[in-house]
Design a protein around this ligand. Structure first.
Ligand SMILES: [Zn+2]
Ligand SMILES: [Zn+2]
Ligand SMILES: [Zn+2]
Ligand SMILES: [Zn+2]
Length: 162
């Protein structure tokens, strides 16, 4: 995902947005040109949504949860998109049971591994993560989903070509 020179761009929280994607991430209200929206975790919200928004950020991808179905895992004070609740060690989506270790959420299989093994797994994964976050920096936060390949030429949200 990237930007073309002809795309109207808005800069917000040091990230670039397509003008057409730049709207309240909850109610989709478009902002006036001179309006600086409320920032909640670097995402723009209108005044009336900003309060709710801070409670509805996915603990996995840090994007706003607008779907009506989301996960609220027992004992964890965070909400997740379905599919974003993943094992911190192996990165697989957790479908059935999970274990917690401090701040970490682990699948049942990894929950039985030693802390040393877990730390190594996380270190390997965070290297991969750094790669994808540099891609993220150059994509519109509204439509640049982590799943989309960087080569994709379509805005995931609006379906328009870049
Ligand atoms: Zn709103
Ligand atoms: Zn998510
Ligand atoms: Zn796991
Ligand atoms: Zn976009």
């Amino acid at each position: 995902m990237g930007f073309k020179d002809i795309d109207p761009i808005r800069l917000f929280a040091e990230r670039r947005w397509h003008e057409r994607c730049f709207k309240c991430q909850k109610c989709s209200l478009a902002f006036a040109r001179d309006k600086v929206p409320e920032a909640v975790r670097e995402l723009p919200f209108c005044d009336s949504c900003a309060g709710d928004a801070s409670k509805l950020i996915c603990g996995g991808c840090s994007r706003f949860i607008s779907e009506s179905s989301f996960l609220k895992p027992k004992g964890i004070h965070k909400l997740y998109h379905v599919g974003c609740f993943k094992c911190d060690a192996c990165g697989r989506a957790i479908e059935s049971g999970f274990k917690t270790r401090g701040e970490l959420v682990l699948c049942v299989e990894d929950g039985n591994k030693s802390q040393k093994v877990i730390s190594e797994m996380i270190a390997t994964r965070s290297e991969v993560k750094m790669d994808s976050s540099s891609v993220k920096k150059d994509s519109c936060p509204a439509c640049g989903s982590a799943k989309a390949s960087p080569a994709s030429k379509f805005c995931g949200e609006c379906g328009h070509k870049f």
